[in-house]
Ligand binder design. Structure first.
Ligand code: BG6
Ligand code: MG
Length: 216
């Protein structure tokens, strides 16, 4: 029986992927190459340093560790200026209503994000108090598709992996959920999120009871 929901943040609760893309793209352009939206898809759910390494590889740029840390810090500064303007209006459609349905049950809610900025963003959009547990990039050592973030989320809720349901928009995130032996609801397109148990376009008009009966 499902007793806990583990939500990814970027692309599931708020649409920050566009800001990550803008900030990485600016960095790549400054280094003399471009990254496409399609390539950006492969960065979703991937940690900051892993994303940087993938981008540098893509542009055939070799840097020292020190230079990489400097670039990552600069990208994050740019990203923060973009997300600092976010408000409750930036919560994705249907999320609030879905949370309201969850609150009427005994199901617990945890965040499972590899972002080190997750708490700041949740505070900004006013959702920080809706979570029973928050696992973010500051609490994990391995990014998705490693299951660490979701296993820690389940543990903090006091649940077994089989009792948890993951909501994910990224290929790497769906894999992380499956690697944690959890059921996964993909948020996005079924052609992309092929490993998810079911795929929904978003949270609008989702009936919790119906969803649970489909997944269990
Ligand atoms: C994930 C995003 O949620 O967090 C990735 O999908 C991002 O694109 C990663 O790189 C790390 O985020 P941050 O905020 O710690 O740089
Ligand atoms: Mg995501």
């Amino acid at each position: 029986m499902i007793k806990g929901f583990l939500f990814d943040l970027d692309g599931v609760i708020v649409e920050t992927a566009i800001f990550h893309y803008q900030a990485w793209r600016k960095m790549a352009n400054d280094l003399g190459f471009d990254i496409s939206e399609e390539f950006n898809e492969t960065l979703k759910g991937v940690s900051r340093m892993d994303s940087l390494n993938l981008i540098l590889e893509h542009g055939n740029v070799v840097l020292t560790e020190e230079e990489k840390l400097e670039l990552a810090a600069k990208k994050n500064e740019h990203y923060l200026t973009l997300v600092s303007k976010m408000t409750a209006d930036d919560i994705l459609p249907g999320v609030r209503e879905f949370f309201a349905q969850i609150k009427q049950t005994d199901i617990k809610i945890a965040l499972g994000s590899v972002s080190k900025n997750a708490k700041m963003i949740l505070e900004g959009v006013g959702l920080i108090n809706d979570f029973d547990a928050i696992i973010d990039g500051t609490k994990i050592s391995k990014g998705k598709p490693d299951p660490e973030v979701f296993l820690k989320g389940a543990a903090e809720l006091g649940l077994s992996p089989e009792e948890c349901l993951v909501f994910e928009d990224a290929v790497a995130g769906v894999e992380a959920g499956k690697n944690a032996r959890m059921k996964v609801v993909g948020i996005g397109h079924a052609e992309v999120l092929t490993k998810a148990d079911i795929v929904l376009p978003g949270f609008e008009n989702i009936d919790l009871t119906e969803l649970l009966s489909k997944i269990q």
